[in-house]
Design a protein around this ligand. Structure first.
Ligand code: SF4
Length: 387
């Protein structure tokens, strides 16, 4: 989600309007009865009548404005990516716009809450304690506007299960309005230790739902240290067991950093001995955002320096026929025998390549970097040959 508040954002004939969520159309031929609930993104003149709102992305070479009689917003050039089917939240009084959904992106995520009951050392979205329960209502208003052909949708936080019934309603809305869309939920899994809540979640009977749950160590005290919450390891494990008992799909996520890399092989062994029935294991590189920046010295290790542990963990999981993926790593840093497990996992809007990548023959296959890797990245980035 991208929020912009700017003096470059000019609302017209909407100034006192409450915030509202609306889908964009570029179709000037849209049947008139459908136009009242749609924002028309202007590309050509003349303007079709009857749309709720008109959006104009400013062209720096031309001095056009919206016709004075229409309600609309003039947007800065950086919004030129907006297109048909996208969903936005307009806040005239706050002079802001938030892009909630992009039809052309494979990486649409909804942040359900900023609250969390963990306080992870490397949290990229540091928790806040403010009441943000209004977000769930906004998401419930957005889901019916999303293109039903959308392949996948992510639900993140904070900790989404803190919404309780609110999360269940959002999952039910996804099942109702998006019957062909896979949903991936990120959760620390602790709330699922309550069998009643896990049962409510299972009762949604979503057609394609996976929950990604982090597990950082085979040692309870080390996991609890990483998430800064006593007892979290036990609750997370009980949550995973409840979910699998109820036939739910579960992915284990391991973020690799200085506190977790040494015991990766032991964690992999723990998973194969105790959690062999989970559906996927994702071994993930660190994103240097939020607390990860503040705790950089305690967390940063060059991924080149943990390849022995990563290879051992992957070999253990694969030997037990588990589905394994490596996320957020660059191919030139990974040992070649790990490449087949590497996925392009970084959301398009924060995915970059470095100057060192110039001329690399594997760039199309490589997932590249988070934008935040400008701060620090492996010292072993080197262009690879095509073969
Ligand atoms: S040089 Fe850049 S594009 Fe090539 S493998 Fe390394 S990180 Fe990826």
């Amino acid at each position: 989600m991208i929020t912009l508040r700017s003096s470059n954002l000019q609302y017209q004939n909407l100034e006192n309007h409450e915030p509202f969520i609306i889908r964009i159309s570029t179709n000037a031929m849209l049947p008139e009865p459908l136009r009242a609930g749609v924002a028309y993104l202007i590309s050509d003149e003349p303007l079709p009548d009857g749309f709720c709102v008109y959006l104009k992305v400013r062209d720096p070479d031309r001095k056009e404005t919206l016709p004075p009689h229409v309600a609309g917003v003039t947007l800065p050039e950086e919004f030129s990516y907006l297109s048909d089917g996208d969903v936005i939240r307009l806040s005239p009084r706050g002079r802001s716009i938030r892009v909630l959904y992009r039809k052309g992106s494979e990486f649409n995520h909804f942040l359900l809450t900023e609250r969390c009951n963990n306080y992870c050392l490397m949290c990229s979205q540091p928790p806040k304690i403010a009441d943000d329960s209004y977000i769930a209502g906004e998401i419930l208003s957005t889901i019916p506007l999303i293109d039903p052909g959308t392949k996948g949708l992510g639900l993140t936080g904070g900790e989404p299960t803190l919404l309780g019934e609110g999360l269940i309603k959002i999952l039910e809305a996804c099942e109702t309005w998006l019957p062909r869309t896979a949903v991936h939920l990120l959760s620390n899994g602790r709330r699922f230790s309550e069998l009643r809540f896990a049962q409510q979640y299972a009762n949604v009977r979503h057609h394609d739902l996976m929950v990604g749950i982090p597990l950082y160590s085979d040692l309870s005290h080390l996991h609890d240290f990483v998430v800064q919450a006593d007892g979290a390891f036990d609750e997370t494990l009980r949550g995973i067991l409840n979910l699998k008992h109820l036939g739910q799909r579960v992915e284990i996520r391991v973020v690799i950093h200085k506190q977790t890399y040494k015991r990766l092989p032991q964690l992999a062994e723990f998973i194969t001995r105790n959690l062999l029935f989970v559906d996927h294991v994702a071994l993930m590189g660190l994103e240097l955002m939020g607390f990860a920046r503040a705790n950089l010295d305690a967390l940063w290790i060059d991924p080149f320096d943990y390849q022995d542990e990563l290879v051992a963990a992957v070999e253990q999981l694969v030997a037990y026929r588990m589905h394994v993926s490596i996320y957020n790593h660059q191919l030139c840093v990974l040992r070649p025998n790990l490449w087949r497990y590497s996925r392009k996992s970084i959301s398009d809007w924060k995915n970059e390549y470095m100057p060192e990548c110039e001329g690399c023959g594997q760039r199309d296959a490589c997932g590249g970097f988070f934008s935040s890797a400008q701060l620090k990245h492996s010292a072993h980035i080197r262009p690879l040959s095509r073969a």
